[in-house]
Design a protein around this ligand. Structure first.
Ligand SMILES: Nc1nc2c(c(=O)[nH]1)N[C@H]1C(S)=C(S)[C@@H](COP(=O)(O)OP(=O)(O)OC[C@H]3O[C@@H](n4cnc5c(=O)[nH]c(N)nc54)[C@H](O)[C@@H]3O)O[C@H]1N2
Ligand SMILES: Nc1nc2c(c(=O)[nH]1)N[C@H]1C(S)=C(S)[C@@H](COP(=O)(O)OP(=O)(O)OC[C@H]3O[C@@H](n4cnc5c(=O)[nH]c(N)nc54)[C@H](O)[C@@H]3O)O[C@H]1N2
Ligand code: SF4
Ligand SMILES: [Mo]
Length: 717
């Protein structure tokens, strides 16, 4: 066991320290070896009750971010525009004053909605954002709030809000006890799990198979996960909704449904799925009708089962219908809230039950240009560009981005980049100069993971086991650096004083933002009653709070503590699924469907500065089935032009048997453009951005972007 003290390591320290990897949702515990103050080794912490010693290749790179010469360590300001722009350092006070001056001046001249905010993925992995960033964003009082959630998991939240009464009340597969795991559109062997915090997925799947269980995967690519599954079926992108509704059709037709007592509207579900025969679903999906029937019978007959769907069925046109149908399948097969089925974690800080996060709301306001309803206070990231470019009342004239790279991560990123150039002002709170932050006037870089305390307020809530862990900072914060929570606090104070907020309210905010995240978490743990900060500090490897267990219907947040099986806003989209299924025929001449992919060594669009993760074989290629290549007279390795309604990119193509015919794949987070950093040096991560092809007009009913299943053509250059 590593030595652990409360204080950051002293300069020149030699020994071991515990830390945590915050790069993905698996939240692995790590042990760092330091020699003379430098990290020389990182391994998984075997004593961690959740991650049990596991780490992936990325965990080892935690120290690379800390040491990275490309990383920003001081505020910088852009001088000049375009390719000739240069950057100069400025002091924190000057930078914070400048940002507050410009944001408040914009809001005063044009109203608070003239300031837009985009929140990126790493905010979910920073306790300082939860405790101090959220109040900062609120202090801007803008309705133009966007985040990576609308290119990700909003359908899950949209469905949970309607069925279970809270957007974050999401059941997770009881992976360690299930006997049948049905996976749609997820690749946990590469992603390490999402909305299912499951460190060491590979071992847990080996265990599942060793106890006679099965994992069945539906995916248009024979992924790393499909390869270790007991069964894999290719499915045409965007057609899963029809397959899932056909599964419900069979389940009801064959009298296999065993719903719990606390559900309503089963008849409505029966009516909604009546037209979705397995034959109809087979035509659109490519999965034979008999296979669909067998899937249902196996699912119903399994001792216990969990149906799970992630990015591949969230970020497509029918993301919400898919996530709803998945919930209904779990409910009707008796696997809801049951050991071995899907269960609701009980984190030590219950952000749901205690309403630390609100339950959600819908259509309280709409986007100005396209008239799209907000969900949970957010508008789709896919409308950001038009809200910046379209003149008129409420136009966005200043942007704040926090830990996000929407130029690479949201649809029509190239268009968004041009829009950002037209802003009056932009500030990025970020640790790197990248494709998005280079459009900012000012960049404010916070400290990084190894320099800050961590308690996971988010991912314990989605974990396959109840545990809690507090990790103090490994390294001291350099004297002239700021934690993100300090930046948020300082900015909130400056914004409020310039905006003329009354002194009483300002003092109240100041008092609320003065305590550090660790102090806030200690208070939350104390009132939560399941463990204490004292216990966590004594057991830095983490505290085990036991396996998941049934907790329903008591924890439902719906007014009547019952579940509506036919939530109105979702089922309203079922006719569109039917229409698409009926219209499905042979694809248009030469048309292919584009999907995304993730690799073990990638972390969305960042971490490409580190040499450790950018070695080896290039991985930016377009993957395409050999028959599709042959049909176009293309050779493996050729440069091809991929075109969509939105744009075109030129990229090398790789012949790949693992692709379904008619489907091509590009990873996201590629297409780096920042000269003078490592980003453009490493050939492994060259390539193009898939989001120069994805279409901001393709949205799910929840407002989520349909990033998968985008129609494209591919031809020689
Ligand atoms: N086509 C396609 N597009 C996708 C996806 C896909 O599958 N296909 N996936 C989507 C998904 S699931 C997501 S979550 C989004 C991600 O979308 P984004 O969140 O917009 O993009 P990231 O690449 O995660 O960018 C993270 C940013 O945070 C910065 N950063 C890293 N650590 C810190 C920190 O501690 N503090 C601060 N302040 N900044 C930090 C990095 O430098 C980087 O600029 O991409 C989405 N886009
Ligand atoms: N190594 C690594 N790990 C990560 C990340 C990373 O960038 N790199 N990002 C993290 C983030 S932010 C997230 S949200 C999670 C995401 O975690 P996952 O959802 O597990 O990851 P993806 O690789 O996006 O998996 C989506 C799968 O859906 C398939 N797919 C595409 N279209 C369809 C379709 O229409 N139907 C079906 N059935 N399948 C389809 C794709 O082929 C792919 O295998 O991963 C997290 N972990
Ligand atoms: S799976 Fe890898 S990236 Fe994710 S938390 Fe664990 S070590 Fe970090
Ligand atoms: Mo994500």
């Amino acid at each position: 066991m590593g030595l652990l003290t409360e204080d950051p390591v002293p300069p020149g320290f030699t020994g071991t320290r515990l830390g945590v990897c915050n790069l993905c949702e698996a939240i692995c515990g790590i042990e760092l070896t330091l020699e003379d103050g430098t990290v020389t080794g990182i391994r998984g912490n075997e004593a961690d009750p959740l991650s049990r010693g596991y780490i992936c290749p990325k965990g080892v790179s935690m120290a690379d971010v800390y040491d990275d010469p490309d990383r920003l360590r001081h505020p910088i300001r852009r001088v000049g525009d375009g390719p000739d722009a240069t950057w100069e350092e400025l002091g924190w006070d000057e930078a914070l004053d400048l940002v507050a001056d410009r944001l408040v001046a914009t809001a005063k001249a044009h109203g608070p909605d003239a300031v837009g905010v985009y929140l990126g993925n790493p905010n979910a992995h920073s306790v300082g954002f939860a405790t101090h960033g959220v109040p900062f964003v609120k202090s801007l009082r803008t309705r133009n709030r966007f985040s990576a959630s609308t290119v990700d998991q909003i359908p899950h939240q949209f469905v949970a809000w309607q069925m279970y009464g809270h957007q974050l009340l999401l059941p997770v597969p009881d992976l360690d006890r299930t006997s049948y795991f049905l996976v749609l559109g997820a690749n946990p062997m590469a992603s390490n799990g999402s909305l299912m915090t499951v460190p060491d997925f590979p071992q847990r799947v080996r265990d599942l198979k060793a106890r006679g269980g099965r994992m069945v995967v539906l995916d248009p690519r024979r992924t790393e996960t499909a390869k270790v599954a007991t069964e894999h079926h290719f499915v045409r992108p965007g057609s899963d909704a029809a397959v899932l509704l056909a599964m419900l059709h069979v389940l009801l037709e064959e009298g296999l449904a065993t719903p719990p007592a606390y559900v309503d509207n089963l008849d409505r579900v029966a009516g909604l799925v009546a037209d979705f025969t397995p034959e109809l679903a087979a035509g659109v999906s490519g999965i034979p009708a008999d296979t669909i029937r067998t899937l249902v019978r196996d699912l119903a007959a399994a001792e216990s089962a969990a149906v799970y769907g992630r990015m591949g069925v969230s970020t497509h046109s029918f993301g919400s219908v898919c996530q709803w149908a998945i919930q209904v399948l779990n409910l009707l097969t008796g696997n809801f809230d049951r050991e071995g089925g899907v269960l609701f974690p009980e984190p030590a800080v219950d952000t749901v039950g205690r309403r630390i996060v609100g339950p959600g709301h819908h259509d309280v306001w709409r986007s100005r240009v396209r008239d799209i309803p907000e969900f949970a206070g957010e508008l789709p990231a896919a409308v950001m560009r038009e809200e910046i470019e379209t003149e008129g009342d409420g136009q966005i004239r200043a942007m704040v981005t926090i830990a996000g790279n929407p130029v690479l991560s949201t649809p029509d990123g190239a268009g968004l980049a041009r829009a950002l150039d037209g802003l009056d002002f932009m500030v990025a709170i970020d640790i790197y100069l990248n494709e998005t932050t280079r459009h900012a006037d000012v960049i404010l870089p916070p400290t990084t993971a190894l320099e800050r305390d961590h308690y996971d307020l988010v991912f314990h809530g989605f974990a396959v086991r109840n545990t809690a862990r507090f990790t103090p900072a490994v390294f001291a914060k350099p004297e002239d650096a700021r934690h993100d929570w300090e930046i948020f606090g300082d900015l909130t104070e400056r914004v409020q004083s310039r905006a003329g907020v009354g002194i009483k309210d300002r003092l109240a905010t100041k008092a609320r933002l003065a305590p550090s995240p660790a102090t806030v978490v200690a208070g939350l743990l104390k009132t939560g009653g399941r463990t204490t900060m004292r216990a966590l500090r004594k057991n830095p490897e983490g505290v085990d709070l036991g396996p998941l267990r049934p907790t329903m219907p008591e924890r439902l947040q719906t007014a009547d503590q019952r579940i509506d099986l036919a939530p109105a806003l979702v089922v309203a989209d079922v006719p569109r699924v039917l229409e698409a299924a009926l219209a499905a025929g042979a694809p248009q001449d030469g048309e292919l469907l584009l999907i995304g992919r993730r690799h073990k060594q990638d972390c969305n669009s960042w971490l490409h500065n580190t040499s450790r993760l950018t070695r080896g074989r290039p991985r930016h290629h377009l993957l395409m089935h050999p028959d599709d290549l042959a049909a176009r007279g293309l050779a493996d390795g050729a440069v091809v032009r991929v075109s969509s309604r939105v744009g075109a990119v030129d990229v090398e193509v790789s012949s790949e048997d693992d692709m379904m015919r008619g489907v091509v794949s590009l990873p996201h987070g590629y297409g780096h453009q920042v000269e003078g950093t490592r980003l453009t040096h490493a050939s492994t991560v060259a390539g193009v951005s898939i989001n120069d092809l994805t279409d901001p007009l393709l949205l799910d009913v929840s407002g989520n972007a349909a990033l998968n299943g985008v129609p494209v053509t591919v031809r020689p250059v």
